[in-house]
Ligand binder design. Structure first.
Ligand SMILES: Nc1nc2c(ncn2[C@@H]2O[C@H](COP(=O)(O)OP(=O)(O)O[C@H]3O[C@H](CO)[C@@H](O)[C@H](O)[C@@H]3O)[C@@H](O)[C@H]2O)c(=O)[nH]1
Ligand SMILES: [Mg+2]
Length: 203
């Protein structure tokens, strides 16, 4: 869950109350705090935070074949918000649980795509939805060998049903434009790959 660091780092923020609203699966809290605005006056604010811990994701790429390996699975939250069928194309990803980010992403990549990651590059860490969700997502990239690609599929006991989808990098980039790739972490990592990563222009 969120880091145990003390919340007295910002002198403009004084937390006065934290209420647990729900802990059915992950944790929803309502926090009341006094906040000092830039002009010096104080107001009392409330914010709900949804805490499902932190996560990690990896862009699997094959430079020689000019492909990337993605996953497709049903995501209910996007289905209720206008996605045509909720079958979202994403980089392999998972929650850290009790692991560090590198251990977690090696585990999730294998569970979801069948790929055993060797060399692993840290790209950036991002807050995915800072107005309401506490999550920080650790983003990585790693080469994969198409011959090593397994079946993946996710954990059946967790209700996962994950299709492994190999795309030409060029096609994946076009699919950002058409909206067929609409997941934020996936778009960020594909664009990083085109600008600074394995598919950057060679000079
Ligand atoms: N019963 C139940 N199960 C749930 C619920 N929410 C999640 N689960 C189960 O918990 C699993 C979590 O799978 P992970 O692979 O660990 O996480 P993820 O959902 O893929 O999350 C990753 O991707 C997210 C979307 O981009 C990221 O937000 C997250 O950080 C992480 O990287 C889900 O597949 C599902 O089986 C729930 O409310 N109820
Ligand atoms: Mg996952």
């Amino acid at each position: 869950m969120t880091s145990p660091t003390r919340l007295d780092r910002n002198p403009r923020v004084r937390i006065t109350d934290v209420e647990l609203l729900s802990s059915a699966w992950y944790v929803l809290r309502r926090t009341t705090f006094d906040y000092q605005h830039r002009d010096g006056h104080w107001t009392t604010e409330q914010r709900e935070t949804y805490d499902r811990g932190n996560g990690a994701t990896v862009l699997l790429y094959d430079r020689a074949g000019a492909t990337v390996l993605l996953t497709r699975q049903f995501r209910y939250p996007v289905y209720v918000n206008d996605h045509p069928d909720g079958m979202l194309l994403e980089t392999a990803a998972g929650l850290l649980d009790t692991d560090d980010a590198e251990t977690a992403i090696r585990r999730e990549a294998q569970e979801e795509t069948g790929v055993r990651i060797g060399e692993l590059e840290h790209v950036f860490d991002v807050y995915t939805s800072p107005g309401s969700v506490t999550e920080r997502l650790h983003c990585y990239a790693a080469p994969y060998d198409p011959a090593d690609r397994g079946t993946g599929g996710g954990l059946a006991e967790e209700g996962e049903d994950i299709e492994v989808v190999e795309l030409r990098f060029e096609d994946a980039m076009k699919m950002i434009g058409t909206g067929e790739i609409a997941d934020a972490k996936t778009i960020m990592l594909l664009q990083w790959a085109a600008l600074h990563g394995p598919f950057r222009p060679t000079s």
